[in-house]
Design a binder for this molecule. Structure first.
Ligand code: ADP
Ligand code: MG
Length: 646
């Protein structure tokens, strides 16, 4: 039989390799930026059009290339960065595979201009689908410019696979941020469709982080510094009270390379142990330097995962140094209180006295009764940064709150039997008491349509809450058991959707407009969502670059919940904004229902229970939550009888 094996032609091999290296415009951005960094540039410009789909250009003032290198760099396995296998263990460059340019050139139109400092003239090359179209001598400044146009022009299937511009742009933004954070000493500029997204002068880590994230980030950062024989850790972690719902701002860099590591993430989380609200995520920007021969970056094609020689030691060092920093900057003791989940109930009731928590406390101490006004003055005059001495070893000071009345707390724990013991010896100046009062105070004039008015009068036949999770209520045929969280999600969801589609949401004017700071990619998302958010009752003032100004909010939200709601929304939209307005409204309504619904673990008064049950059954679709989970079950008397008949 004749032989059938052949070597693939280069352009085919390159196109196949491209599948691994270039998934989307952001991959091109990453490769070109890294090449510019490797060329020791001090000034790098990134210019993209249509989220990189029609153009990605990177201009640097680095070393440039000779005429021969300019031609050779497009060959597969052509690299100046390693010569032999051993070099892999002393890598100080981003690239080393020598396949990025060959891959990109195989699937796009590419134009390169490059000149070395010592040369009179530079080289200008045009290459399309691996074919050299032209090569000329040109007058150029020192450095290199790569322009990549019409990505996947010869692979329609890949082109069609690309997501919306919003999604692709977010990916580009991620890559840009990673490289720019890792190299604060390089001046980066970034333009998208002609507008400047970033202009980041050479600086230190702190300034770079602030430049990329937002002006407000500065005050949230706690420095981390640790130098040992096996690792040097530098960088910043965020104070626990600024922890977010999503994992957006978590960065590890190892030897100036962005990496992902579940193991090291765990070490950071362990350092925050006990300081975070359930499920919240601290931002961190950690720059680790380790000897190059103790890591292997070769285990993942896109190189965001690496293997360490002594992971356990790194874990311990990282955890200890962050713990130390959090302690040193005095953020740890602030959050030592367990708090009653009741106080987190996001409801506000008109004309209702605040409920006494179910916990047993020292009989003389009741923050919720007596003169309400008086309490509010106490709260107001206490200021946002004052410390209270509890008489016990724990001292408490509420961090400056960013619009959220409970942002000073981080730990949300189910009340347990040990609750009482925590409060023994606390005097009536308990910070818990004072801090919790705004839950009824802050928006007294604001009422949730679910929990007020006449509805309260039409009490059902009585309800009972079990395990702070279910509401049990007798009905004619037996009883109904309602899941409080899911039921409330359904009620809110329908309410929001109705408001949005009928466009009749009323809003409450804020006395002082709220300023909320976001990173620039979050700002892009918010800009796109604005029209839909306005239909829920939000009123925005003129757009700023790094923050939004909100002057009106939906009636069923309180001021303190706004940042929470928007953050949840941003995290729900990680995968992009739905294309049509119907599903966009649906996503927003779901997300807001999720963040505002009463949670499992919240104590509800009888009236609240009643209203929840009534509200649920007034819904169009009471059977399921917006997330397709059952909201209630029924048990017929016969069923119960049967059980007893056994
Ligand atoms: P790698 O970065 O893995 O070496 P690439 O395909 O990305 O592979 O680049 C091939 C070679 O081209 C690099 O090793 C480098 O010598 C050269 N090169 C690429 N980009 C630049 C640049 N911006 N400035 C100078 N040289 C560059
Ligand atoms: Mg490279």
């Amino acid at each position: 039989m004749s032989s059938i094996i052949q070597l693939l032609p280069d352009h085919v091999a390159n196109q196949i390799a491209a599948g691994e290296v270039v998934q989307r415009p952001a991959s091109v951005v990453k490769e070109l930026l890294e090449n510019a960094v490797d060329a020791k540039a001090t000034d790098i410009k990134l210019i993209i059009k249509d989220a990189g789909k029609s153009l990605v250009q990177v201009i640097d003032n680095g070393s440039g290339m000779s005429v021969t290198d300019a031609r050779l760099c497009f060959e597969r396995h052509a690299t100046s960065k390693i010569r032999q296998a051993e070099d892999l263990f002393s890598l100080c460059t981003k690239g080393f595979r020598g396949e990025a340019l060959a891959s990109i050139a195989a699937i796009a139109h590419m134009e390169m201009k490059t000149k070395q400092d010592q040369d009179e003239l530079g080289t200008h090359i045009i290459i399309e689908g691996s074919k050299f179209v032209s090569q000329e001598v040109a007058v150029l400044p020192k450095g290199t410019s790569f322009a990549v146009k019409n990505l996947f022009f010869n692979i329609p299937a890949r082109r069609n696979f690309l997501k919306s511009d919003t999604v692709e742009f977010r990916h580009v933004m991620d890559e840009f941020q990673r490289v720019a954070l890792a190299h604060p000493n390089i001046h980066f500029t970034f333009y998208h469709n002609g507008s400047e997204m970033y202009n980041l002068p050479a600086a230190g880590y702190r300034q770079r982080i602030v430049g990329i994230m937002s002006g407000k980030t500065n005050e949230k950062l706690v420095p981390v510094n640790e130098d040992t024989e096996i690792i040097n850790v530098q960088g910043f972690v965020c104070k626990p009270e600024f922890a977010k719902k999503n994992r957006g701002e978590q960065f590890f860099f190892v030897n100036d390379r962005f990496i992902k590591s579940g193991y090291l993430h765990h070490a950071v989380m362990a350092a925050y142990d006990g300081l975070l609200k359930d499920g919240s995520q601290p931002s961190y920007f950690l720059f680790l330097q380790v000897p190059p021969n103790t890591i292997d970056i070769n285990i993942h094609p896109t190189k965001t995962e690496i293997k360490f020689d002594d992971e356990q030691a790194l874990y311990a060092i990282l955890r200890a140094s962050i713990k130390h920093s959090l302690g040193q900057f005095n953020v740890a003791p602030v959050l030592d209180f367990d708090r009653d989940a009741n106080l987190d109930t996001p409801y506000h009731y008109k004309d209702l006295e605040a409920e006494t928590p179910t916990i047993q406390v020292d009989g003389t101490f009741n923050p919720f009764t007596d003169d309400k006004t008086n309490q509010h003055y106490t709260k107001a005059s206490s200021g946002s940064g004052s410390g209270y001495s509890s008489g016990s070893s724990s001292s408490f000071s509420s961090g400056s709150s960013s619009g959220s009345s409970y942002s000073g707390y981080s730990k949300r724990v189910e009340p347990t039997a040990t609750w009482e013991s925590l409060y023994v010896g606390l005097d009536t100046e308990s910070p818990e008491a004072i801090e919790s009062s705004p839950f009824t105070f802050e928006n007294e004039e604001v009422t949730s349509s679910l929990f007020n008015d006449n509805e309260i009068e039409q009490a059902s036949q009585g309800t009972y809450q079990i395990h702070k999770k279910y509401i049990v209520s007798p009905i004619k045929s037996g009883m109904v058991i309602v899941d409080q969280q899911r039921a409330h999600q359904r009620i809110l969801y329908e309410q929001f959707l109705l408001n949005m589609t009928v466009n009749q949401a009323s809003s409450q004017q804020l006395l002082f407009p709220l300023n909320l700071f976001y990173s620039s990619d979050e700002m892009t998302l918010i800009e796109e969502l604005k029209p839909s958010l306005e239909t829920t009752g939000f009123v925005f003032e003129d757009a700023q670059t790094d923050h939004i100004v909100i002057s009106g909010i939906p009636v069923n939200i309180t001021e303190s919940e706004v940042s929470l709601v928007i953050e949840q929304l941003l995290s729900d939209l990680q995968d992009g904004i739905p294309a049509n307005s119907y599903s966009q409204n649906d996503t927003i309504a779901k997300s807001m229902a999720k963040s505002l619904a009463v949670k499992t673990g919240s104590y509800l008064t009888e009236k609240e229970q009643d209203n929840l049950v009534n509200g649920l059954f007034a819904c169009k679709d009471p059977n399921i939550s917006p997330f397709q989970k059952p909201t209630f079950i029924t048990m017929r008397v016969e069923d119960i009888d049967k059980k007893f008949a056994l």
